[in-house]
Design a protein around this ligand. Structure first.
Ligand code: G6P
Length: 367
């Protein structure tokens, strides 16, 4: 066929390794070094429309929802517009208030997920504006939206999304940049982020090149009956997506938690049989994150920490996975890549069908 796994043992593996190239595709022709902004013709919104946005609500399911949470964080950070993400599968059922000055953003690889499609229809029926971050050109969600950003990740076959997910994050970065630059985001910050985005594909390649070092760690995690993925603020959706991938293809119970909430409940479960994968970037929360790791270590909980070179973990005895730093706002996507590799190698160790996990479909097109 036109798109097959070729020499790769699975589509997921092929799609993970394609990311440095596919990441370039979503950025191509959309970055403006001079003005430190993005050009998104498909959005069909001029500067006035963009400035009129008072709130952003992101809607998606599964991995698209978790990346949507990363994207909402980016938008709030860069554009200073209140933004959040909600599971599209819940949205319509609570008779949501649709506001004319809210920008709704539907995220979907396939563009066919029924829950997301129905959420878009709910928004539009009630007079709201909904744009799409969609991979499949001409899909139902793309057609239903007022405009959007195509993700250009190419076909994705594995149920566990990798390259489409990365491009969703980059699509949000472009949108956040544009929304920011028509508001108070400085040209200097804009240029800083454009330069960061241009560096990203090579850094993704660098993380993927570290794959061999992760295999043993992944096998260790695969032996666990249950594990935690933790992170804070920018790192929390990374942890959620990491847990999702892990449980989808390894069938181990993996639960994501805000690192800050550990002491309010799940710490009771930490013992030598329950490993924690912690997302600890070098940022303003590092110290607090490391303090939480000490709480886990004190209860003999095994630790795997996805982090930056500069972070000093002290005496927690963790297995460190180091990723390169970009601009802090863009770091979440680089922190996500090793979690894809961990899930992949855990599932492979257990001998599972990686591309077609039991009970799951690539896109859920009936309610
Ligand atoms: C299904 C898949 C998930 C995927 C979700 C959203 O549930 O199993 O892996 O993230 O649908 O798919 P979409 O095509 O809308 O991004």
């Amino acid at each position: 066929s036109a798109y097959d796994a070729g020499e790769h043992e699975s589509y997921m593996r092929k799609e993970m390794l394609e990311q440095p190239t596919t990441a370039q595709a979503v950025l191509r022709g959309r970055l403006d070094d001079r003005f430190g902004t993005a050009h998104l013709g498909g959005l069909d919104m001029d500067a006035r429309d963009l400035r009129a946005v008072r709130r952003v609500k992101v809607l998606g399911c599964g991995s698209a929802y978790y990346v949507g949470q990363m994207g909402a964080g980016l938008i709030e950070e860069l554009a200073r517009i209140p933004a959040d993400a909600e599971a599209a599968s819940e949205f319509r059922y609570r008779d949501p208030v649709i506001e004319p000055d809210t920008l709704y953003v539907a995220v979907s690889q396939s563009g066919e997920t029924i829950d997301t499609l129905l959420a878009v229809q709910e928004v539009r029926r009630k007079g709201g504006r909904c744009v799409g971050l969609v991979n499949v050109v001409g899909s139902a969600i793309a057609r239903e939206c007022d405009g959007g950003i195509y993700l250009h990740a190419g076909p994705e076959v594995a149920v566990a999304s990798t390259k489409a997910l990365t491009n969703m994050f980059l699509g949000f970065a472009l949108l956040a940049l544009q929304l920011g630059r028509v508001r108070d985001l400085s040209i200097a910050d804009g240029r800083r982020l454009v330069a960061g985005l241009e560096r990203l594909p090579a850094q993704i390649e660098e993380v993927l090149a570290g794959e061999d070092d992760l295999v043993e760690v992944a096998r260790g995690l695969a032996e666990a009956r249950s594990l935690f993925f933790i992170g804070r603020v920018r790192g929390f959706p990374v942890a959620r997506e990491g847990a999702q991938k892990f449980k989808e293809i390894s069938y181990c119970h993996a639960e994501a938690y805000q690192t800050s909430e550990l002491k309010h409940g799940p710490l009771a479960l930490i013992d030598p049989d329950v490993p924690t994968v912690a997302v600890v970037p070098h940022d303003e929360l590092t110290e607090r994150n490391v303090a939480a790791l000490h709480e886990i270590a004190a209860r003999q909980g095994p630790l795997v920490v996805v982090t930056h070179e500069e972070v000093d973990l002290g005496e927690v005895g963790a297995r460190r996975i180091v990723v390169p730093r970009n601009e802090p706002e863009l770091d979440p996507i680089l922190l996500t890549i090793p979690l894809q590799l961990l899930a992949y190698h855990a599932a492979q160790h257990l001998g599972h069908d990686i591309d077609k996990p039991r009970n799951l479909a690539k896109s859920v097109t009936v309610e």
